[in-house]
Write a protein that binds this ligand. Structure first.
Ligand SMILES: Nc1nc2c(c(=O)[nH]1)N[C@H]1C(S)=C(S)[C@@H](COP(=O)(O)OP(=O)(O)OC[C@H]3O[C@@H](n4cnc5c(N)ncnc54)[C@H](O)[C@@H]3O)O[C@H]1N2
Ligand code: MOO
Length: 399
């Protein structure tokens, strides 16, 4: 059994970011930049007004009230073609270029208009309510780094910077294959003791949530030919994830069968609970992550290993949540040699430290406590017992 950190390091070292492709900005949300993006224009491209009001020479408005001649209008996107001379004002709107000669804007709330004259009732100073050239960014400046997962805010920035398309890392294609004679898909006709395949739909969802493309290879029966045939559907995938058949039972065939069919295992079994029989290697040219069958084991391993694997293929730094200190609501015993991930709900703590309440039973078949968990308490190998009120490390899930 290898430690969790070693397993993670071996998985990420065996994978590299996928090649880039160009996508229009309309399809860029959630994609990962393959290269830094620079602004293609300066914003604002000229000094502009930040308010609706009057473009003036500040030195004409040092004493108020003062009446100025209205000599024109500066709409946004167009501006006023002439200049503002001594004793003159131009009607201006938010975003419009500041006319030549003007160096301040008086907001319209501080003005009254009579005939072709405006009376200003508030003093101003050079630069007031003017957005200088390049206030936001300048052409050629790097706006976003490679590896950035694009948010809707980034889309706004790139659009404003006149960037119509971007180079992003190709989406990882991740194939998922469940194994087991006992499994039936949710909703299908089944025998009284058959088991519903819960982990495969969960993995498909997880892969999508991580920005990958899930290739659902279905359920393979516990037969060599079926496992090999279905696994061969991953030939174009960037990663093959299998579920189950990883342990020592007579029907736990996955490692054996895939090895016969060209798989090369780097490791098999890690010092972790749940999730001991985790495998990693290659099936032909395709990287292979073999998750244990117990559904909570499979999905905790997905969080800890599949997530970072997809991040690595996607060319982004791993977004894995890091541990934070939490206070224990109930005591936990000393740990053995496997790093433990204990499902817990979380309550606010009086001193600001969140309080983690471990589910009383931690069987790796119990999906309800997994769905309801807000954190996984991480117990390193051989960690001593902790009393109620003691501090533990925990990985927040979706607090
Ligand atoms: N004698 C031993 N038995 C077991 C050991 C061991 O070391 N010695 N390890 C246990 C641990 S820990 C785990 S985890 C499981 C994992 O074994 P497998 O990967 O071979 O999993 P299966 O036997 O195929 O399945 C286990 C269990 O989970 C159900 N299952 C499988 N796939 C799914 C799915 N897609 N959705 C929902 N449930 C699934 C399956 O029906 C079994 O009930 O082995 C322990 N045994
Ligand atoms: O590792 Mo198993 O995952 O303890 O149930």
């Amino acid at each position: 059994m290898i430690p969790v950190e070693d397993a993670l390091a071996r998985i990420t070292a065996a994978l590299s970011p996928l090649p880039a492709e160009i996508v229009p900005l309309s399809g860029a949300l959630g994609r990962v930049l393959a290269a830094p993006v620079a602004a293609r224009r300066t914003q604002p491209p000229v000094p502009v007004s930040a308010m609706d009001g009057w473009a003036v020479r500040a030195e004409d408005v040092t004493e108020t009230p003062v009446a100025l001649d209205i000599v024109g209008e500066a709409p946004a996107g167009l501006g006023f073609k002439g200049r503002v001379d001594v004793g003159e004002a131009v009607r201006i709107f938010t975003g419009a270029p500041i006319p030549e000669g003007a160096d301040a804007v008086v907001i319209q709330e501080n003005s009254t208009v009579c005939d072709r004259r405006v009376t200003l009732t508030a003093k101003t100073w050079p630069g007031q309510f003017i957005r200088p050239l390049g206030l936001d960014f300048s052409a050629g400046e790097e706006l976003l780094p490679a590896g950035r997962t694009l948010s809707f805010r980034d889309v706004a920035l790139l659009a404003a910077a006149d960037v119509p398309d971007v180079a992003v890392v190709r989406r990882p294609r991740v194939a998922v294959l469940a194994t087991g004679d006992e499994l039936v898909p949710p909703g299908a006709h089944r025998g009284p003791a058959q088991i519903v395949d819960a982990a495969r739909p969960a993995l498909v969802a997880f892969i999508r949530e991580k920005g990958g493309i899930a290739l659902d290879l279905g359920i393979a029966r516990d037969r060599e030919d079926d496992i090999l045939e279905k696994a061969s559907g991953a030939v174009d995938a960037d990663l093959l994830v299998t579920l189950g058949g990883a342990s020592v039972g007579d029907r736990d065939l996955v490692a054996r069968v895939l090895a016969g069919g060209g798989a090369d295992l780097d490791f098999w079994k890690i010092a972790m609970r749940p999730g001991k029989p985790l495998m990693f290697g290659r099936f032909g040219a395709t990287p292979l992550l073999g998750l244990p069958g117990n559904p909570v084991s499979a999905l905790v391993c997905a969080l800890l290993f599949l997530g970072p694997a997809i991040d690595r293929l996607s060319g982004r730094p791993s977004l894995q949540a890091s541990c934070i200190p939490m206070r224990l609501a109930t005591p936990i015993g000393a740990n053995d040699r496997r790093q433990d991930y204990i499902r817990a709900t979380v309550e606010p703590g009086a001193d600001g430290i969140p309080v983690a309440r471990p589910a009383p039973v931690q069987d790796s078949s119990q999906l309800r406590t997994f769905a309801g968990a807000q954190a996984l308490i991480v117990r390193p190998p051989l960690a001593p017992a902790v009393e109620a009120g003691g501090i533990v490390d925990a990985l927040p899930l979706d607090l």
